[in-house]
Design a protein around this ligand. Structure first.
Ligand code: ADP
Ligand code: MG
Length: 242
């Protein structure tokens, strides 16, 4: 479970995130939905402890991202925006390397890498160097790497960016199975349809402010609109436009 409370972050004069609170529950997929520049990546980076909030905190299974960042990060798998994988390593070596960073013993890391290669259907390219991988192959490698230490919570920043239809389907299946297994999945997106299709709960953010949160149905009802897309437009319009 991920719980953010009153997060603030500014860069010079620009306040990127102002008073963001959100909760992503176990066994559910939560979508952080907002236009470009809304503050999604900044919020997620504070959750996964690479950015220290100016105020507020985030609890990862009860561990403070500010007070106990190592404890918090251990419970998180992270797919960062445009996450770089090492081009001179094979996909499997990329996974093993992250396993080592997380303190997994060699044999355990190898077993886990083999399991992930099977789970994510990576057999065909697992032992090729990542240099020249397709977007989908890169994503699967980055996802496997994020899952190597069996984190309870998974944070993904715009995971479907640049993916083809098949890769998106594979990602959906994987996130669905993580949800079934009781994991907490939090992803960001600026694509409404994606969030509608994937997420159990949605947090709408614009200009660094949370405009609404709840199930897609609850947000539609609250805004008196027929679709999440209309609800989103209505909410954004209320803040003076994108
Ligand atoms: P999103 O992920 O929703 O597109 P971001 O969180 O990346 O939005 O950015 C929110 C705002 O903060 C944007 O105006 C962006 O330019 C700014 N911003 C993000 N990171 C930095 C940074 N490291 N330095 C300065 N400004 C930043
Ligand atoms: Mg972003």
């Amino acid at each position: 479970m991920i719980e953010a409370t009153h997060l603030y972050k500014h860069f010079g004069a620009l306040t990127a995130v102002r008073d963001v609170s959100l909760r992503a529950a176990d066994g559910r997929i939560t979508g952080l939905l907002g236009p470009n520049g809304a503050g999604k990546s900044t919020t997620l980076r504070m959750l996964y402890t690479v950015l220290r909030p100016d105020a507020g905190d985030a609890l990862i299974d009860g561990h403070s991202a500010v007070q106990a960042p190592l404890e918090a990060a251990r419970r998180l798998g992270v797919l960062a925006h445009g996450a770089g994988i090492y081009p001179n390593l094979t996909a499997r070596e990329n996974i093993l390397y992250f396993g080592a960073l997380h303190g997994l013993a060699r044999a355990a890391a190898r077993a886990r890498a083999a399991e992930l290669v099977g789970l994510l259907e990576m057999e065909e390219f697992a032992d090729r160097r990542a240099k020249g991988f397709s977007q989908g192959e890169r994503l699967k490698t980055a996802l496997a790497r994020a899952l190597v230490h069996r984190p309870r919570n998974l944070v993904l920043d715009e995971p479907t960016n640049g993916l083809d239809v098949m890769a998106v389907r594979a990602l959906r299946r994987l996130l669905g199975s993580l949800r079934e297994a009781g994991h907490c999945v939090l992803l960001s997106s600026h694509v409404m349809q994606e969030v509608s299709a994937l997420c159990d709960d949605v947090v709408v953010i614009a200009h660094g402010i949370v405009l609404a949160s709840g199930t897609p149905a609850a947000i539609r009802t609250r805004t008196g609109t027929g679709s999440l897309e209309e609800a989103f437009v209505a909410l954004i319009a209320g803040t003076g436009g994108i």
